[in-house]
Design a protein around this ligand. Structure first.
Ligand SMILES: *[C@@H]1O[C@H](CO)[C@@H](O)[C@H](O)[C@H]1NC(C)=O
Ligand SMILES: *[C@@H]1O[C@H](CO)[C@@H](O)[C@H](O)[C@H]1NC(C)=O
Ligand SMILES: *[C@@H]1O[C@H](CO)[C@@H](O)[C@H](O)[C@H]1NC(C)=O
Ligand SMILES: *[C@@H]1O[C@H](CO)[C@@H](O)[C@H](O)[C@H]1NC(C)=O
Length: 579
């Protein structure tokens, strides 16, 4: 398997590699069973799609330290039942080294825990990719000024000898990945990571077992598709079947709800295809794994999210690239209740991975629009007359089969009386049908009224939520900024129970953050970023301490305009922080 990229480093490879001479020599692992070798191409084809056990064994300092309790075997049952073929098990070793240089001994209990979790997945016939994870920024960051490359190389080598010894006799379902998202800013950093890929392979060879026959997914700078394309050089002199793994969290503003972004623009849609195609064209003969990507139901708008999931997974599949969705434990699978946060996105992922066309709701794609629509919802404003309402669909060649109301009585809509298909493939919901779920009277309660599941001739189901909304009401509209803490602002939501985006404008007209956003559309200029700058918590809006502190630093009163869904003029509230 050869990369289409020139391999200038190949000849030099042998000379710069070294055996860590000071390392204690341990007998390489010998296995009793047999190993069924698999090519990297077959491996990658078989693991699609996969799921990440995020924020679990990779949490620091320990499993259970972040938002997930220690992993339970039943979680892998849920993952398997959903249709996933593989799991990526990220592991951080930083806080589990019990020895110093040159041995870098890893706590045997920790290695045992890693093996036990790997076995939980293997017992369910799931493929497993495991790695060395947040160590990339904890001690293995080659971009740090004065980084001790000798230490980094020695430590990564020793870590992999020990992991290799522990997992060396596992079946060919298990693949290894040297390190997660190693930072790289320059070609020199890229070259150092190429060396780390080779040291990793060398350590596997030393560790014994079946490790020289095992599939590996090698990495380039930050596992970024562009940096990998620029700087990755294939290792030579090793037998392991290898693929390249990269990660994709683009467009950044959409994925992270930055700068008021709640849609995918036509440019975004084109860029996603171009990005995935770019790395494929750089490595025409190398099996590729998109080992992390994630549009989370926590913060992304559902119509845009489902279209995103379809586009990424479908494009990857067409480019012979396996996908492994990131799940930090809050995003997709609720491990406690064993339910998936957005079953429609999940269904889209499963179908797109197989190349089956999906149908889903349409939404605004104009980055400069002054209001936005989404057919993942029927938005009915409190007090408005109930009228026929058309939901726009992107059918992608399918036809609508049926519409059902989720839950309870299992109401199925009658074609004609309740809905009809429009000439352009949309669905017109009749006044009669909608009148059973929303009401025109001023007394009608706002909130979520029903969820519809649309089924098609092929592919995933589509979800449409009927929401009766009004403008939310704040308990108070201003306060004096107090440094050092998040500010919670009590609110009565009247529709969906979270904001869409937040504009942050000082009274002197200056943007509180990121003046450059003036070049974005009207629903993004002067807007802040979810989580870092704003959030919500139950029936409270949240301005983070970073935002409050920015107001104090600016010394200017600042008005925060919280927008809600639907993003239409008037569906927002103002809150002013004074100094
Ligand atoms: C760099 O790491 C090596 C190997 O761990 C160690 O021997 C050496 O003392 C370190 N150098 C510095 C400057 O810390
Ligand atoms: C490979 O990737 C680089 C960097 O992203 C890009 O400039 C170049 O056009 C790509 N090459 C091919 C053949 O697509
Ligand atoms: C519709 O689904 C959403 C998201 O899953 C949920 O929050 C809401 O409560 C549901 N609405 C009804 C009426 O069940
Ligand atoms: C909210 O504040 C903005 C200025 O930041 C102002 O243009 C707008 O009129 C205000 N809206 C309301 C309802 O007061």
């Amino acid at each position: 398997m050869a990369a289409s990229k020139p391999r200038a480093l190949a000849a030099a490879a042998a000379s710069y590699l070294f055996i860590v001479s000071a390392a204690p020599t341990k007998t390489a692992v010998e296995c009793t069973g047999s190993f069924e070798p698999v090519s990297a191409a077959d491996y990658v084809a078989a693991i699609n799609p996969g799921w990440n056990l995020g924020n679990t064994l990779d949490a620091t300092p320990d499993e259970g330290s972040w938002n997930n309790p220690p992993v339970q075997a039943t979680t892998f049952d849920d993952v398997k039942a959903a249709g996933f073929k593989s799991v990526r098990i990220p592991v951080t070793y930083t806080h589990h080294f019990t020895g110093e240089s040159p041995d870098w001994t890893v706590d045997p209990d920790w290695l045992q825990r890693v093996e036990d979790v790997v076995d939980m997945a293997l017992e369910r016939d799931l493929y497993v990719i495991t790695n060395v994870h947040h160590d990339s920024w904890e001690w293995a960051d080659v971009t740090q000024p004065g980084a001790n490359l000798t230490m980094i190389e020695e430590k990564i080598y020793r870590a992999w000898v020990q992991i290799g010894e522990k997992l060396g006799c596992k079946s060919s379902l298990v693949a290894f990945e040297p390190i997660n998202e190693p930072p790289a800013e320059t070609a020199e950093h890229g070259a150092e990571l190429n060396k780390i890929n080779e040291l990793f392979l060398q350590a596997l060879a030393e560790s014994g077992g079946f490790n020289t026959q095992r599939v590996v997914t090698l990495v380039g700078g930050a596992m970024d598709s562009m940096k990998t394309s620029q700087w990755f050089e294939a290792p030579t002199g090793y037998d392991n079947p290898w693929a390249i793994q990269y990660h994709y969290y683009s467009p950044y503003d959409f994925i992270f709800s930055a700068w008021g972004k709640t849609i995918l623009s036509t440019d975004d849609l084109a860029a996603i295809e171009a990005d995935l195609t770019n790395i494929r064209n750089n490595f025409t003969d190398v099996p590729l794994v998109l080992g992390e990507f994630d549009a989370s139901p926590l913060n992304t708008e559902p119509a845009a999210r489902r279209r995103y999931t379809d586009l990424v997974v479908r494009t990857a599949a067409a480019l012979n690239t396996a996908v492994v969705i990131w799940d930090n434990g809050l995003d997709h699978l609720d491990r406690e209740t064993q339910t998936w946060k957005d079953p429609h996105s999940l269904s889209i992922l499963m179908n797109a991975a197989e190349g089956t066309p999906n149908s889903f709701a349409d939404a605004t794609t104009d980055a400069y629009a002054t209001s936005q629509s989404s057919s993942a919802y029927v938005f009915h404003k409190v007090g408005d007359a109930v009228e026929d309402y058309t939901v726009s669909l992107l059918l992608n060649g399918n036809t609508l089969d049926s519409i059902a109301v989720d839950g309870t009585d299992g109401e199925t809509l009658a074609a004609g009386a309740d809905y009809s298909v429009t000439a352009d493939g949309g669905v017109l919901l009749t006044t009669e049908f909608l009148g059973r779920h929303v009401s025109a009277g001023a007394e009608a309660e706002p909130g979520s009224k029903a969820n519809l599941t649309l089924s098609f001739s092929a592919g995933a189901t589509a979800g449409v939520e009927i929401v009766q909304w009004d403008v939310p009401v704040l308990e108070s509209s201003s306060s004096k900024a107090v440094a050092g803490a998040d500010l919670l602002i009590p609110i009565t939501f009247k529709g969906l129970k979270h904001p869409a985006a937040v504009k942050m404008l000082r009274s002197d007209g200056v943007y509180l953050f990121d003046d450059w956003t003036q070049y974005l559309g009207p629903l993004q200029a002067a807007y802040g970023t979810y989580n870092g700058q704003w959030n919500w918590l139950g029936d409270n809006l949240v301005l983070t301490s970073a935002t409050v502190d920015a107001v104090i630093t600016a010394g200017v009163d600042t008005t925060f305009t919280f927008d809600f869904f639907p993003r239409v003029p008037g569906n927002s509230v103002n809150y002013t922080l004074t100094v």
